[in-house]
Design a protein around this ligand. Structure first.
Ligand code: NAD
Length: 387
């Protein structure tokens, strides 16, 4: 049944209508089974429902991570593609058996509204295009996964959230780590205060960019920023789930060790956070260093992940010993979690409020740098935190 969209089309209530009901909050099995036509579907749902995903942008992440992961997902499957390159469309159609009507380019994209095979649009484009395509997807009545960083400004994040709310569709950010077991274990250690109060956290996310200097990641108009918006969001996320709190203030500094190459975007940034409990945190992110680590010192012990933010397998230790989980594709876990959020009403592990919160912090970091490291106050409360 999974990955057979024809089966869905033969059902008495269309998948589109079914998803619309779910999207409107009629998500629990109890409520669904109380609807006369949907009793049978309610029973089959947890075993069989699989939502169709259309990937927008067939670059490296879609090609090497998302499409392969979608071959193993249980609750969603690759149903469509959106690309500006006809040769890619042909290759993908043949490799993944994607029917012609489910292939769009950036101009015909809005016609996706008429396509019942597609329930979720996953935006995997350069950062400056996230807002436009997430909003168009929502307006087409599709649930949206928007890659990180959610957008290139808080204003754009607000526009995406508003469009999704207006269209009553779900919105998730491509924060794959929120679904993987090491990150969930860190959250558990923090929530249960296994090692007591957290005093200090340190989180680094960096890699050395050596490719084409004209790539979009180094072009501010397309990326919105350099290392901070690319890898820095992982350090920000690590600092937050290692304390269980949002920061109340940030000071930040920018460094350049290779100005000939990083002409338009930030290369290396460090920042220090203050948290409401009194904990402090520091992060480093760079496009010209290698780092992939999270460390937390607690009142009665410590824990760390290293690697902490790559595709895995991750690895962890604590003052009590090794932290170890079986490796599974993070992207598979992430997309299945989002599909279950739509189908079954399970928590949204990476909601729009989380992406927006991180963009508020990024803007505060840039503001601090512009003012020579001055502390910038943040009033985030619990915004975006999913415990
Ligand atoms: P990429 O450069 O490999 O692919 C970008 C795609 O966008 C290409 O298919 C390209 O043809 C298309 N595109 C459309 N208009 C473009 C334009 N004007 N300029 C450049 N490309 C254009 O990038 P990627 O690594 O696949 O990253 C895409 C998005 O996914 C980014 O937002 C990135 O932050 C995110 N990403 C997330 C993760 C993660 O772990 N969650 C990992 C990698 C990338």
């Amino acid at each position: 049944m999974k990955k057979n969209s024809l089966e869905f089309q033969r059902r008495p209530v269309s998948r589109r209508k079914f998803n619309r009901l779910l999207g409107q909050g009629i998500a629990g099995t109890a409520m669904i089974s109380s609807l006369p036509l949907s009793c049978a579907m309610g029973e089959q749902k947890s075993k069989e429902a699989s939502l169709g995903v259309a990937l927008v942008g067939l670059g490296a992440y879609s090609t090497y991570q998302l499409a392969p992961a979608l071959q193993d997902t249980k609750h969603c499957h690759l149903a469509g593609i959106v690309t500006g390159t006809p040769a890619k469309a042909r290759r993908w159609a043949s490799k993944y058996n994607i029917p012609g009507p489910n292939i769009y380019d950036y101009d015909s994209f809005d016609d996706i509204t008429k396509n019942d095979d597609i329930d979720i649009v996953y935006v995997v484009l350069p950062n400056s295009m996230h807002a436009e395509f997430s909003i168009r997807a929502a307006q087409a009545g599709k649930h949206v996964i928007c890659e990180k960083p959610m957008a290139i400004s808080v204003k754009e994040c607000d526009a995406i959230i508003e469009a999704c709310e207006k269209a009553s569709v779900k919105l998730g950010i491509g924060y794959r780590l929120q679904s993987e077991p090491y990150t969930q274990e860190v959250k558990r250690l923090v929530r249960e205060k296994t090692f007591g109060a957290i005093n200090f956290v340190s989180a680094d996310a960096a890699y050395q960019s050596r490719g084409n200097p004209d790539q979009w990641r180094l072009n501010k108009a397309l990326s919105g920023g350099g290392a901070l918006l690319n890898m820095g969001v992982y350090s920000i996320q690590s600092a937050i789930y290692s304390t269980g709190e949002n920061p109340i203030s940030v000071n930040a500094q920018e460094f350049s060790t290779r100005p000939d190459y990083f002409k338009d975007t930030d290369e290396t940034i460090t920042a220090q956070f203050e948290f409401p409990s009194g904990a402090v945190g520091q992060i480093m992110t760079s496009h010209n260093a290698s780092a992939n680590r999270l460390f937390a010192s607690c009142r009665n012990g410590w824990f760390e992940l290293q690697p902490a933010n790559s595709y895995g397998p991750l690895s962890g230790r604590s003052s009590e010993g090794r932290i170890q989980f079986e490796h599974e594709s993070q992207q598979k876990l992430q997309m299945d979690d989002f599909a279950r959020h739509i189908l079954e009403g399970t928590p949204n592990l990476a909601p729009g409020s989380m992406g927006k919160r991180d963009m508020i912090i990024c803007e505060a970091i840039y503001a601090s740098i512009a003012q020579n490291g001055k502390g910038i106050d943040l009033s985030l409360g619990d915004m975006g935190i999913v415990r």
